[in-house]
Design a binder for this molecule. Structure first.
Ligand code: ATP
Ligand code: MG
Length: 864
């Protein structure tokens, strides 16, 4: 009967249905290979808990591995449950979920609710200061420590809940030679923690550690949680496992899905053992196995299976597909990365043409072992005007200009956040040299206040602390004035877009970029983009609800539900969403403040028009300076009265946890300003991914394999399948190599229809040009199962086209139009033989090789 009421249940196979409808009281473990519908089961189970068992949305906590995955889950649940119910769910990564609870209930463990999330760069800054301070001691004992290495040790400690003391004890007990290093790291760990607390900030790992602390101190805050669901469970670390236990404590409802073959975060302390631990911690665990893969063609699945089964110690699992073999998996070899990249660009265009336009840019993904491989690809795609986006945290929010603006926003939100102070106190240049900054930091430290607060006090006329030169006052005035203006606007609830505009105006940031940066244009474009994304995000929220409402109307009208998770097919929904987003983009363009328009200088007639238009639509007005003319605040500009006192500095709060207090906090309105909300989400998304530019579809995705977990694309390229990359040259031990093999397996199993792997004979690594061979994993497959892999490119004939359409639930292309596309394409593209294997390497001396390479590169460039 449920199936009639909730049609999505009919699109599940028997094992999936069993998992979805299993009693909420039975702890559930769903173990299955890639593409078997684990995530779909998890999503359906959430819907079923609400619809069949009558759970209230806020009683369900669903944890995914990336923000992207949780957004996707949310979109589906909005359709199934309605926007309101879906918004009520506690849905996100462990980090985001903890952050949410800490903002609300943090004061129960004396954590100020305006804490800042420090990103990797901030943490590095802190660590580098600490290392500098003890340089002499380190030199003396001949120990060389890098920030990254120390931070990674600290992160490992936090992943298993080891405190600085704990680490020190471990160091003392460990008789091995590295003892002294561990002891020093333990001290650094202690100081690092203090520095973070002084700056009123938490690093990513802290979110989990403090979350755990909160839930253990005040378990009542989780009392409403009746069920916790965890996706990608094989990659949880010990702290995350403990968090899961906390969530499950009150009512015991827990469902996890995972696949040991896809555990790829061992290097970040993930414990695949958690699967077994769960069996002993939760008596009566029921295990459900899913065996049908719905994602990939038979060829892709067999090749991927061949790779993963090279690990003899692995537990065998069944995984079959009813899709036929279709196009074979391809392996190509090139002489250099440049040629490899132009090949990929050309191949993307070829597949689009031969598929008759069925495949679009966003159907393609290029999966990389590490981020640095993306540069050459990015340029190759750009050269061919193929739109692309790079996921992986090193793009947008890592850029200098974006980080500068963020730093101002962070300071406005939280003056105690010292890394931001250091970053921008002299950006744009205000004649505050390194020495002056160091003096300020030292003075602030001895006064036990933040450097920002000290600067404000100086401006407010308090006597200068010793060691601070009086000349600094004049230079600080512009800085303090700007920060205060931004803070005031933020407190009044100004939108982030307006705040950024204010920063640019009040600090003369544009002029600074223009005069100090040779690539001003692209940097200024990034600033504009940041503003635009902010406007779009706000508006997209509204339009998205409309989309969902439309979809639900369709559902209600009883359109047939067949294959696919969503009624009708998900492509239709995507199309609607894309359309809405495209419209948003146009709207956002219109609303851009003239200052952020491309060729604007002052006010043009058209911008004036669109501005009055947007004003008439009731869009909130900008906070200050309506005229749009950039006025640079000069040093003798008025300095405003201090804003509300007492921000930032850690207050001594000792709170007694009573149930009234918990209730009070639970019911307190979520009064986050737009700024605070923005900072929280943007800082969280820089960890392993950056979703901010998601609105611009369709684009080819370039991402690391790690960030591609759980996702799928019709066409996948895996370049650099080389020895030294898979496995990475850093991995030497057997368990590390096994993880690298699984990484390749995860990469391959992202592909639905077409999978092309490639490697180069030469690649620059660490500044040197290296000879390369195919990855041992692939070489082994080629040796023993040569039939699984082809070295020629797939022929995208009519049969393949039809099958691709069927698999992707898309209408077949118009054959005449396809012919036309192919005709045009074939004229423009190089002959396929152009990409055939280069000369065997042993014939090449290095110099000769390089000459050949140049020739081939030219040829490739000519054709591209
Ligand atoms: P991964 O291990 O990579 O995370 P997964 O097991 O979570 O994979 P899903 O992403 O849930 O797999 O599903 C893979 C694809 O198969 C999705 O496109 C999903 O919609 C589709 N799918 C899952 N179950 C079914 C089904 N019963 N019928 C049709 N399609 C299905
Ligand atoms: Mg999944």
């Amino acid at each position: 009967p449920d199936k009639v009421k909730w049609p999505y249940l009919t699109s599940l196979n028997a094992a999936q249905l069993k998992a979805v409808t299993a009693s909420p009281d039975t702890p559930l473990q769903i173990l299955a290979g890639p593409g078997s519908g684990k995530t779909r089961v998890l999503t359906s189970r959430v819907a079923y808990l609400v619809q069949h068992h009558g759970f209230r949305p806020h009683e369900i906590v669903a944890v995914t591995f990336t923000n992207k995955a949780s957004n996707e889950m949310k979109k589906r649940l909005q359709v199934l449950l309605g926007a309101k119910a879906a918004d009520g769910l506690v849905l996100g990564t462990f980090h985001a979920t903890c952050a949410k609870y800490l903002r609300r209930y943090g004061q129960l463990i004396d954590l100020p609710s305006n804490f800042v999330i420090a990103d990797a760069d901030d943490c590095k800054k802190i660590m580098s200061t600490l290392l500098k301070a003890r340089k002499d001691i380190l030199d003396e004992s001949r120990i060389s420590l890098k920030e990254g290495a120390v931070l990674s040790e600290i992160s490992k400690a936090k992943a298993k809940e080891e405190s600085p003391d704990g680490m020190a004890i471990r160091a003392a007990q460990d008789p091995s030679s590295s003892t002294s290093t561990t002891a020093i790291i333990a001290e650094l760990y202690m100081e690092y923690e203090l520095a973070l607390r002084e700056a009123n900030s938490l690093d990513f790992d802290d979110l989990l550690v403090f979350g755990l602390k909160l839930f253990r101190t005040a378990p009542r805050v989780l009392e409403s949680c009746r069920h916790i669901l965890v996706d990608e469970f094989q990659d949880t670390n010990t702290t995350q496992y403990e968090l899961m236990k906390c969530f499950a404590q009150a009512h015991g409802g827990v469902s996890v899905v995972g696949d040991p073959d896809q555990s790829i975060y061992g290097w970040r302390s993930a414990e695949v053992e958690n699967l077994n631990k769960m069996t002993s911690d939760f008596p009566g665990v029921e295990a459900i196995y899913l065996e049908e893969n719905y994602r990939s063609t038979g060829s892709i699945l067999s090749a991927a299976h061949a790779i993963v089964s090279q690990d003899r110690s692995r537990i065998q699992k069944n995984l079959y597909t009813s899709h036929p073999r279709s196009t074979p998996v391809t392996l190509k070899v090139f002489s250099t990365p440049v040629i490899e990249a132009s090949f990929i660009a050309t191949e993307i265009k070829r597949l689009i043409a031969y598929s008759g336009g069925v495949l679009k840019y966003d159907d393609f993904a290029i999966l990389l072992r590490y981020n640095a491989l993306s540069r050459v690809l990015e340029s190759a795609l750009q050269k061919d005007s193929i739109p692309n986006r790079i996921v992986g945290g090193h793009k947008f929010f890592e850029r200098m200009e974006i980080k500068d603006l963020l730093a101002y926003l962070q300071l406005a939100d939280n003056p105690g956040f010292t890394p931001a102070f250091i970053r921008v106190v002299n950006t744009p240049k205000r004649a505050i040299g390194d020495k002056s900054v160091a003096d300020l930091l030292a003075a602030a430290k001895s006064m036990k206040i933040s450097p920002m607060e000290l600067s404000e006090r100086i401006i407010d006329g308090e006597p200068l602390p010793s060691g601070i030169k009086s000349g600094i006052k004049k230079n600080l005035a512009t800085f303090v004035g700007a920060v205060r203006k931004i803070r005031r606007a933020a407190e009044k609830g100004s939108s982030v877009a307006d705040l950024i505009r204010l920063i640019v105006e009040k600090t003369g940031y544009e002029e600074y970029l223009r005069t100090s940066q040779p690539d001003f244009d692209s940097r200024w474009e990034n600033v504009q983009e940041l503003v635009m994304i902010q406007i779009m995000l706000t508006d997209a929220q509204i339009s998205y609800s409309v989309t969902v409402a439309e979809e639900q109307a369709r559902l209600a009208s009883g359109e047939p539900v067949e294959e696919g998770f969503l009624p009708a097919n998900s492509a239709a929904i995507e199309a609607v969403v894309n359309r809405a987003q495209a419209e948003e983009k146009v709207k956002a363009q219109e609303r851009l403040h003239p200052m952020f328009r491309r060729q604007s200088s002052g006010l043009s007639a058209s911008s004036e028009r669109s501005r009055s238009r947007s004003a008439s639509k009731g869009i909130p007005k900008v906070a200050e300076g309506e005229d749009g003319v950039i006025e640079v605040l000069s040093s003798d500009d008025e300095v405003e009265a201090p804003a509300k006192a007492e921000t930032g500095v850690q207050k001594e709060v000792k709170t007694e946890i009573t149930s009234e207090l918990v209730d009070e906090l639970a019911n307190a309105p979520e009064n986050m300003t737009p700024l605070a909300f923005f900072l929280q989400t943007s800082m969280l998304s820089t960890d392993t991914e950056s979703d901010q530019d998601d609105a611009y579809k369709p684009k080819v995705t370039i991402t690391t394999v790690h960030a591609a977990k759980g996702l799928e694309w019709p066409v996948v390229f895996i370049p650099a399948v080389e020895q030294g990359t898979y496995p990475s040259y850093r991995c030497t031990e057997a368990h590390e190599i096994a993880e690298e093999r699984r990484l390749l397996y995860v990469a391959m199993t992202r592909a639905q229809n077409f999978l092309t792997m490639s490697y180069c004979q030469f690649r620059m690594m660490g500044g040197e040009e290296n000879d390369k061979e195919a990855s041992e994993f692939v070489a082994m497959m080629q040796r023993h199962q040569p039939n699984l892999i082809s070295t020629t490119l797939p022929d995208v004939d009519l049969a393949v086209r039809r099958y691709t359409c069927k698999m992707l639930e898309r209408p077949p292309p118009d054959e005449d139009a396809t012919k036309e596309m192919i005709r045009k394409h074939v004229r423009a593209a190089p002959p396929l033989s152009m990409w055939d294997a280069p000369e065997p390497r042993d014939k090449w001396s290095n110099r000769f090789a390089r000459r050949e390479v140049t020739k081939a590169t030219r040829a490739a460039e000519y054709w591209a």
